[in-house]
Design a protein around this ligand. Structure first.
Ligand SMILES: CCCCCCCCCCCCCC(=O)SCCNC(=O)CCNC(=O)[C@H](O)C(C)(C)COP(=O)(O)OP(=O)(O)OC[C@H]1O[C@@H](n2cnc3c(N)ncnc32)[C@H](O)[C@@H]1OP(=O)(O)O
Length: 206
């Protein structure tokens, strides 16, 4: 971690659930690459994946226990669908704080995130931006829930290329927090976002 670029999201471990989740992401991508035309023995693949799921389910805590556990830490989240190392849905997108108060991260998205041919799904872009704007608010000190998120899709966002996702808090007026952000491919802005967050927090499960 660079001292002038603090990491604002959980760092994945190479062991335990994080390592298993990294393998699961690889499986999701490999399945999509394989498709119906694959020569792989899909019935055997399905059987082995089902056995893995059953093993995990057998050894999991209850859902309520897990919810408490997920929210027990006071720092960054490990389970969210954008940055979380224990969430196989997350690409993941690691985020760092910049000296000017903004935050930024880079990510390369593959086939699981496709919308138009060869390009990122617009809803996935919205997910990345909503979360990044939210983390920018935490980093700035005033945070809340998304009230309104306005997106402009300037040009198709490419898969398989490094994207930069960045955001900054713009103003705080009473409970209303305004935040902006962008997704860029190289120097080109693909998607820009304006968010109106309202300072309100749901209680953590206990
Ligand atoms: C472990 C630590 C973790 C740290 C890192 C984690 C990072 C996580 C990042 C996660 C990121 C992901 C984030 C997520 O996924 S958040 C999940 C998605 N968002 C929601 O589910 C929110 C659902 N809505 C609500 O809960 C409430 O309606 C909110 C909270 C929005 C308002 O609440 P409340 O009912 O109490 O508000 P109020 O009526 O007293 O009005 C107050 C003021 O606000 C104005 N207003 C109200 N609504 C809207 C609106 N929709 N747009 C624009 N403005 C709105 C209103 O006019 C008034 O202004 P004024 O009249 O005073 O001028």
């Amino acid at each position: 971690m660079s001292p002038d670029r603090p990491t604002l999201t959980a760092t994945p471990h190479n062991v335990g659930v994080d390592a298993a989740v990294a393998a699961a992401r690889r499986v999701v991508t490999a399945l999509l690459h394989a498709g119906d035309g694959s020569a792989a023995a899909m019935a055997e693949v399905a059987s082995r994946l089902t056995a893995v799921a059953e093993h995990l389910e057998e050894h999991a805590p209850t859902r309520d226990e897990r919810l408490v556990d997920m929210w027990a830490g006071e720092g960054v989240t490990r389970h969210d669908p954008v940055t979380g190392p224990e969430n196989a849905v997350a690409p993941p997108l690691p985020l760092s704080g910049l000296p000017d108060g903004s935050i930024q991260g880079t990510v390369t998205l593959g086939l699981p995130y496709q919308g138009p041919p060869g390009c990122v799904h617009g809803g996935v872009s919205a997910l990345l931006l909503d979360h990044t704007l939210g983390v920018a608010n935490h980093w700035a000190g005033d945070s809340g829930m998304t009230g309104t998120l306005t997106l402009r899709y300037h040009r198709p966002t490419p898969l398989f290329e490094e994207l930069t996702v960045r955001a900054r808090q713009v103003s705080v007026e009473g409970r209303k927090i305004r935040t902006t952000g962008e997704i860029l491919a190289g120097d080109a802005v693909c998607v820009s976002a304006e968010g109106l967050f309202v300072n309100k927090h749901l209680p953590r499960p206990r």
